[in-house]
Design a binder for this molecule. Structure first.
Ligand code: ASP
Length: 329
């Protein structure tokens, strides 16, 4: 958890970063960016390692990036040990597990579901919204009814472990977002296939013990995920309210379109979060945001607000490795 001392350090560092000579900053960042040949898959957090394996099976056989990202994040969704995504995800403050997910392909097709209950694979429902409806987003009961009518099974997502944690939480019922504390996370996955096409998927149970009906950035195209096949793909994790506030992943893509490297673009987006937080006279103390991006050349990079965000990369050169994102503190 970030301490007050860290926060002061962050403020000083942010000032210094803004003051630093532009070309020098670009040089340092370039030094840390990585380039890989196709195909490649990147995903957020340690659980991305398992998810990447599923995606890689498809990419390595010449499959489509869209199929790879869906298959990849489904691994995390189905794993009850991962308590911030899909089955076994932590519930809201009413004890209901509500899931958010979205998907985007190389042709600007998008699909999304939010506040969806009882379905283990919200990412596949999002894909069905994309492929079978004239709409881009379904929420709540409408999303559930749509899923059921398309053959998805109704299941209990609240595991005994998540239920016990929720009951413990109820004793105090304190809602306190915390940075890098394992009560929320998202699997965001972006991939480029052998044809050079990009796609992305993003899925989460959102912030633990959120208000019922709360939706974060993860199912919002442009916030938790964005893909432009001519430019690149980006995904986000962390406090969704802050990512939505700056249209995070769309910002990253537009910065890459202007020529910034993926890492530079992610860093600038983090700086936008700092700007928005300061404008509102709010504290950065407990916030964590991580952005992850790839461009059309296969260069990839990441940046987060506070130290602690990592991501998994699988490509012909990088054999499914976890990498630490650079941070402003
Ligand atoms: N972005 C997610 C949300 O706000 C949570 C996370 O990635 O930690 O719902």
């Amino acid at each position: 958890m970030a301490s007050r001392r860290n926060f002061l350090k962050l403020s000083a560092l942010t000032g210094a970063l803004f003051a630093v000579n532009k070309s020098k900053a670009a040089e340092v960042i370039k030094h840390h960016s990585a380039t890989s040949t196709k195909p490649i898959v990147l995903s957020t957090w340690r659980f991305g390692l398992e998810a990447n394996k599923g995606a890689w099976e498809i990419l390595n056989k010449g499959g489509r990036a869209l199929d790879a990202v869906e298959a990849g994040v489904k691994i995390t969704e189905a794993d009850p040990r991962e308590r911030s995504v899909g089955l076994g995800g932590r519930p809201d403050r009413d004890g209901r597990v509500t899931l958010d997910a979205c998907i985007m392909d190389e042709n600007m097709n998008i699909g999304s579901v939010a506040c969806l209950e009882h379905i283990v694979h919200p990412i596949s429902v999002a894909r069905a919204v994309m492929e079978k409806t004239p709409h881009v987003m379904l929420v709540g009961d409408g999303a559930l009814q749509f899923a059921l009518s398309n053959g998805f099974k109704k299941e209990k997502l609240l595991t005994p472990e998540s239920e016990a944690e929720w009951k413990e939480w109820l004793k105090k019922s304190e809602y306190k977002p915390q940075a890098n504390i394992e009560n929320h996370d998202t699997i965001g996955m972006i991939a480029m296939d052998t044809s050079g096409n990009l796609s992305g998927a993003c899925t989460t149970s959102g912030l633990a013990f959120k208000m019922h009906g709360r939706v974060g950035d993860s199912p919002i195209i442009g916030a938790g995920l964005y893909v432009d096949n001519e430019v690149g793909a980006a995904t986000a994790t962390g406090h969704g309210e802050e990512v939505v506030r700056i249209a995070g992943c769309h910002t990253v893509i537009e910065l890459m379109r202007q020529g910034l490297s993926p890492e530079e673009a992610c860093k600038k987006a983090v700086e936008r979060i700092i700007y928005a937080t300061k404008r509102r006279n709010k504290s950065l103390n407990e916030l964590q945001i991580g952005f992850l991006a790839i461009n059309k050349k296969g260069e990839h990079g990441s940046f987060c607000l506070q130290k602690g965000f990592n991501y998994a990369v699988h490509s012909p050169e990088i054999n499914n490795q976890l990498m630490d994102a650079k941070s402003l503190m």
